[in-house]
Design a binder for this molecule. Structure first.
Ligand SMILES: Cc1cc2nc3c(=O)[nH]c(=O)nc-3n(C[C@H](O)[C@H](O)[C@H](O)COP(=O)(O)OP(=O)(O)OC[C@H]3O[C@@H](n4cnc5c(N)ncnc54)[C@H](O)[C@@H]3O)c2cc1C
Ligand code: FES
Length: 527
């Protein structure tokens, strides 16, 4: 994430443009009253909304029109063309929405008299009507308690209010910080290109204004699902009408001598990222243990701060299990070209103040160690409460756990996925937020199945990879285009079925793959 200024491009839509300039099913970038505005045409209907995605600022005109929505090219948020509402995470705030007016005979203004033309104007920004919050109605819980102040918990709280829920909403978080943009913690924020302000998903005032009672530093110690209350570590008890569990995941700890020394860091929370940044200010040599997303994103961010980096991992090819050997090797070469060295096929056996010793006998100097060897879903609460567990909290397609009125979302939830026709659990930011949104609507009685196609992205140096779908195994990665020129689509098929697609510099292909996956699910039953 970077904090950049917007430049106005295209026609001034307050002055009007000829209708013929925008073909059916296309978008046109213009501006109105100093703001970039996207004009979109669907048959006879014309829409005008803010043109910049409210997540990280992507240009929406390079996204994809799907029905009366536009999808963002970078991380696949979805905005309503009718209202500007962010219908799907990761964007949370809406974009602006403009009234489109048409003048049918604008000949004098646009052509030399012979041909009357239709001119389209967007000059009036529509006032956003706040959701009408009503007291909880019959069939709705009197109060909602959310355990977890992360991606899923935050999205659920916001969605409850957006849907007009007027009952009490309490969000309990073991963390001392407000819900934060975790992906930013290993990328822009750690690299020094994104500001401190970019970390919080919402401000303190947002929760205040929306009547969401966020209680930080509050760890839930037990849940009584029969009587409907939770007990906090400090002994306080809180009752609930409906409960959402969104406790996320905890980093796996490295169990070697010296693993608890002060210069050995993990990265999950905002406090972890801040601690890493303050260490980086004096560190010269880092060893990163683990060559998956967190480890490699941290490696790239540390290089941006001129710290020497060596990466240790047991696998032969970084990220091979998730992205395949071709892309894994490409990413390895990318890191090497930035001065990172790899020690693969080995593990760390001990750490001291100055170095990390490896199983193969090597000793690597390090005044900073970052451990990124995976996470474990934080399911002990759910387990103790007697909820059904299967390598995660078992939920159905509506994200309901085995206890009535208790839902689960995010890194802890294992759900029946219609795309793979398997029960899966995924550790992606966008999946967590979308599950929070769906769980909130189901808490209000919607019975909406969770069918979003999994999506994640990674950024390392100037390389961005977007991945749609979910493939735990595949036959052979098919590559269209070239990795070296950073213009390609990788497809992961299994038994004749396409399971996932990864794209580099092909945003539209990534979006089209998402739509294709969605269409392939229609009519399919979940297990
Ligand atoms: C550094 C980093 C970078 C990442 N980058 C990406 C990326 O680029 N793309 C991507 O798709 N995903 C990324 N992820 C993964 C993504 O952030 C997670 O999948 C997502 O945050 C999961 O959301 P969640 O709500 O399930 O859990 P979390 O966001 O982890 O939130 C869990 C919350 O529950 C609280 N909690 C836990 N136990 C208790 C308890 N007993 N009582 C009260 N509160 C409790 C925690 O304090 C926390 O507030 C990244 C993760 C990290 C750490
Ligand atoms: S910039 Fe649009 S979804 Fe991220």
């Amino acid at each position: 994430m970077s904090d950049e200024k917007t430049v106005l491009k295209g026609p001034d839509l307050t002055q009007g443009i000829e209708l013929s300039r925008i073909a059916d099913g296309t978008m046109l970038l213009g501006h109105a009253r100093g703001e970039p505005v996207l004009l979109a045409r669907r048959g006879d209907e014309l829409f005008a909304i803010g043109a910049i995605c409210t997540h990280y600022g992507a240009p929406l005109e390079t996204g994809l029109l799907v029905g009366d929505t536009v999808r963002c090219p970078w991380h696949h948020a979805c905005f309503s063309l009718r209202t500007g509402e962010a219908l799907r995470a990761p964007a949370l705030p809406p974009v602006s929405c403009w009234r489109v007016s048409e003048v049918r005979d604008a000949a004098r203004q646009f052509t030399p008299a012979e041909q009357p033309v239709r001119a389209i104007y967007a000059s009036e920004k529509l006032e956003r009507v706040a959701s009408h919050v009503q007291p909880a109605r019959a069939g709705m819980p009197a109060s909602v308690l959310i355990v977890g102040g992360g991606a899923a918990g935050n999205a659920a709280a916001e969605t409850l209010r957006r849907e007009g829920y007027g009952g009490r909403i309490t969000m309990l978080s073991a963390d001392d910080a407000l819900p934060c943009d975790r992906p930013n913690l290993s990328k822009g924020y750690l690299a020094g290109t994104a500001s401190e302000a970019s970390n919080l998903l919402r401000s303190t005032n947002f929760y205040k204004d929306h009547g969401i009672d966020v209680r930080l530093g509050k760890r839930v110690a037990a849940i009584d699902v029969r009587s409907g209350y939770v007990e906090l570590a400090d002994g306080e008890r809180l009752s609930y009408g409906a409960l959402l569990l969104a406790t996320g995941a905890d980093p796996v700890r490295l169990d070697v001598p010296g693993g608890d020394l002060p210069h050995v860091h993990y990265l999950r929370t905002l406090a972890d990222s801040r601690a890493l940044i303050s260490k980086v200010l004096t560190a010269r040599r880092a060893v990163v243990i683990g060559a998956s997303f967190i480890g490699l994103e941290v490696a790239a961010s540390l290089r941006a701060r001129n710290v020497e980096v060596q990466v240790i991992a047991p696998e032969k090819v970084p990220m091979e299990k998730i992205l395949g050997p071709e892309l894994g090797n490409f990413i390895r070469r990318l890191h090497e070209s930035h001065g990172v060295s790899f020690h693969l096929g080995t593990t760390a056996v001990s750490i001291d103040e100055r170095s990390v010793s490896l199983k193969d006998g090597a000793r690597l100097e390090a005044d900073l160690v970052l451990v990124g060897i995976g996470v474990r879903p934080a399911i002990s609460l759910a387990e103790k409460a007697g909820l059904a567990i299967d390598r995660g909290v078992t939920v159905n397609e509506y994200l309901e756990t085995s206890a009535p009125g208790v839902y689960a979302a995010g890194d802890i939830a294992r759900w029946p996925d219609r795309l793979t026709e398997e029960r899966i659990r995924i550790e992606h930011f966008v999946v967590a937020e979308r599950q929070g949104q769906t769980a909130a609507r189901n808490i209000l009685g919607r019975r909406e199945r969770f069918d979003a196609v999994p999506f994640f992205w990674t950024e390392q140096y100037d390389l961005g990879v977007a991945y749609v779908g979910h493939a735990e195994r595949w036959d052979q990665v098919e590559i269209d285009g070239q990795l070296e020129t950073r213009d390609c689509t990788l497809t992961y098929p299994h038994a004749g079925k396409k399971l996932a697609v990864a794209v580099i510099h092909r945003d539209l292909e990534g979006l089209r793959a998402e739509v294709d996956f969605e269409r392939s699910m229609v009519g399919r039953c979940s297990s």
